[in-house]
Design a protein around this ligand. Structure first.
Ligand code: HEC
Ligand code: HEC
Ligand code: HEC
Ligand code: HEC
Ligand code: HEC
Ligand code: HEC
Length: 508
């Protein structure tokens, strides 16, 4: 008898008692099911993260369980018949010990039928559920507490019709397998409350931007420039309106010229290394261009070599558009937008100041937050303006609550600025907004790199010139085109305005 024959005999022997029966059937059914399911998923019968729970989690558990039972079965068998492993492999055992010749006739159908049931169940009954699981609504709502915040901000974003999987799960076999393992892990993490709160960023295993963003946004596209008019409201009684107007130089200018998409223009490569791979504090930044131009900027604040080990990264869309779809707002900006759209009545005295105070307060949970906002605003107007009956107050309070509701999620520890947006930068107020006399640290958004600390060998820093990325046509002014209006140089204010007008016209 060959080795294989002896091995079969061994299994046959194990099959003699009930423990062995369960073990063998579990292990072999799981083993065969795994390959069938995997095959089906490779040829595309289903394509879901959550199939992973079955294929990579449930089935292996059944398989291992089956294997674990076998030694127990063997011990029982040995006790009952006295046959040792040695005897089996030498063929020295009684025929009666192995249950006669109809053994395979019994096992093969059982394993066969169970495998078919397994696969049919998962493909048939499960596949519609799995199809559903692929959809954004499932991703966003099934684990409500965990994904709820991302779902909420996604639903009102420019990408609310782009399925989650289109950005988060790659195409091809490897990406699919990775996603499944990931998905299985996520399901386990959700079940046992093992996930981070808040979910940490940056997401290192996001699908490469060329495959996601690049699929819909043509990379070589010229974006031109874009006039952005921002309406802001002061904290005074009248909620005075003021304008900031920027002409954003969004262009990639054919890969070489000046413009914001220069970084990702064909052939340009910007590489950097950041502390702990967080993409926040840059250690060094390198530029490589097709004409051989190479520059390296190093952070004069970080000479300590312990920072050196962080993984370098080539800049892509997500380095700036990190909030392409999960757009969390700044409290002031969100209020200004709601006021500009008429959702919050600008005629309510001090509404900007009071609404702001009510939403930046830290509340224990969402319900307390929502009622806290209402109480605060209602009592402010009741106490300060008792003679007035503001009809627009309830609607305005609702709009303020909505801002709090979509941005703040105490259950996931998401507060203001938990997820900063890298697409712009913080703005200082007063003279320093444009004149960086003090050379102070400007370290967020674009200023993570465009600051005075990252310098090349010649000591030149990456530019933080106010007109590098946008022309400024008004900065907190009463007229949205303030700097275009004055045409004579009389005061230094107008000197500044003339400068900006000329800069704009030159770039228009
Ligand atoms: C347009 C592409 C896109 C779509 C569509 C998309 N995401 Fe994201 N998502 C991103 C990017 C980019 C990040 C990474 C942010 C970072 O690394 O800082 C991210 C991050 C996340 C995070 C980490 C927390 C956070 O806010 O950064 C979660 C959770 C998440 N996405 C879930 C979802 C869910 C659920 C959906 C569908 C409802 C979805 N995403 C749809 C691009 C997308
Ligand atoms: C499946 C297609 C698709 C994918 C993938 C996609 N986008 Fe978009 N994106 C769109 C569409 C469509 C719009 C226009 C939406 C609108 O105008 O309402 C848009 C709009 C935008 C805008 C303009 C937003 C605004 O406020 O007007 C930016 C910026 C953007 N996408 C960046 C990205 C980035 C970065 C990624 C990758 C993380 C990405 N997109 C992935 C389809 C896509
Ligand atoms: C990872 C670092 C990094 C980040 C983040 C970054 N930049 Fe840059 N940027 C650079 C480098 C490096 C240069 C080239 C400097 C030089 O001339 O050598 C550059 C150049 C530019 C230029 C001039 C392009 C040209 O043709 O010379 C513009 C415009 C620009 N960046 C806009 C932005 C904007 C807007 C943001 C934020 C949304 C931003 N950058 C964020 C590294 C960065
Ligand atoms: C250096 C930072 C930076 C990088 C890298 C970057 N973008 Fe942008 N992008 C911006 C800024 C800033 C804007 C203007 C934002 C606004 O409209 O308020 C913008 C605007 C856009 C818009 C909207 C254009 C319009 O006219 O409204 C799209 C679409 C876009 N980017 C796609 C991409 C894609 C795709 C990639 C990657 C291939 C990418 N961006 C890489 C900074 C960047
Ligand atoms: C919106 C951006 C901006 C703000 C805010 C701003 N300035 Fe200026 N300022 C400029 C520009 C641009 C110039 C002209 C530079 C040039 O012609 O080279 C200028 C010119 C000046 C000059 C003349 C310098 C010279 O070389 O002729 C002085 C002094 C000055 N600003 C002081 C101030 C003070 C004080 C404040 C606060 C009240 C202030 N600036 C606010 C942008 C600004
Ligand atoms: C590296 C590119 C870059 C540089 C340098 C830069 N900005 Fe900006 N700035 C941006 C981008 C991108 C935005 C975001 C525009 C948007 O909201 O779509 C922005 C937004 C702003 C806003 C509007 C903020 C708001 O929402 O109210 C102001 C004001 C501003 N910048 C002023 C300045 C001043 C003043 C300087 C000079 C100290 C400066 N910027 C330098 C890229 C830059």
């Amino acid at each position: 008898m060959g080795f294989f024959g002896r091995y079969l005999m061994f299994i046959q022997l194990l099959f003699m008692n009930w423990i062995g029966k369960i073990g063998t059937i579990l292990a072999s059914t799981a083993f065969i099911s795994f390959f069938i399911l995997e095959g089906l998923s490779l040829i595309g019968v289903f394509r879901s993260t959550y199939t992973g729970i079955v294929t990579y989690f449930l089935i292996p558990i059944l398989f291992v369980l089956g294997l674990v039972l076998l030694p127990f079965a063997w011990r029982k068998q040995k006790k009952e018949t006295g046959t040792t492993l040695h005897n089996v492999f030498l063929g020295k055992h009684e025929d009666g010990d192995v249950g006669g010749h109809n053994f395979w006739e019994k096992v093969v159908p059982v394993v066969g039928i169970l495998t078919i049931v397994n696969v049919l169940f998962i493909v048939g009954a499960g596949s519609s559920a799995m199809h559903y699981m692929d959809e954004s609504e499932f991703c966003g709502t099934a684990c409500h507490t965990i994904m709820g915040p991302e779902w909420q901000v996604y639903s009102v974003s420019p990408h609310s019709r782009v399925p989650c999987v289109d950005c988060h799960i790659g195409e091809g076999v490897q990406a699919l397998a990775e996603a499944k393992v990931n998905g299985a892990w996520q399901a386990v993490a959700a079940m046992f409350d093992l996930y981070d709160k808040p979910i940490g960023t940056p997401i290192h295993n996001l699908r490469p931007a060329t495959e996601t963003c690049g699929k819909c946004h043509w990379p070589e596209k010229h974006y031109g420039s874009k006039l952005v008019k921002i309406e802001r409201y002061r904290n005074d009684e009248a909620n005075t309106k003021q304008y900031t107007t920027l002409n954003l130089k969004v262009d990639a200018a054919n890969g070489v010229g000046s413009g914001i998409h220069w970084h990702i223009a064909e052939n340009n490569e910007v590489r950097y290394s950041s502390v702990d791979d967080m993409r926040e504090d840059m250690i060094w930044v390198e530029v490589k261009q097709p004409d051989g131009n190479f520059k390296r900027y190093t952070n004069t604040n970080m000479t300590d070599s312990t920072f050196e080990h962080a993984e370098p990264r080539v800049m892509d869309c997500v380095d700036c558009h990190n909030r392409a779809t999960h757009i969390y707002e700044q409290p002031g900006e969100a209020l200004d937008r709601a006021m500009a759209r008429g959702l919050i009545d600008v005629n309510l005295p001090y509404i900007k100041r009071e609404a702001m105070a009510s939403i930046i307060t830290s509340y224990e949970d969402k319900a307390t937050g929502l009622s806290g906002i209402q109480e605060r605003l209602e009592s402010f107007y009741a106490v300060e303006y008792p003679e007035r009956d503001y009809l627009s107050l309830p609607g305005s309070i609702e709009a303020v609550q909505a801002i709090y509701d979509r941005n703040i999620h105490p259950a996931m520890k998401i507060e203001w600025n938990t997820y900063p947006n890298h697409l712009g930068h913080r703005v200082e107020f007063g003279c320093f907004s444009c004149h960086n006399f003090m050379q102070h640290d400007q370290s967020d958004g674009c200023f993570r790199c465009h600051n005075r600390h990252l310098v090349d060998d010649a000591g030149t820093s990456i530019s933080d010139e106010c007109t590098l990325c946008h022309s400024i046509l008004a900065l907190g002014e009463e007229d949205p085109l303030q700097y275009l209006l004055d045409d004579e140089f009389r005061t230094f204010e107008e000197h500044k305005n003339t400068y900006f007008r000329e800069e704009y016209l030159k770039n228009f």
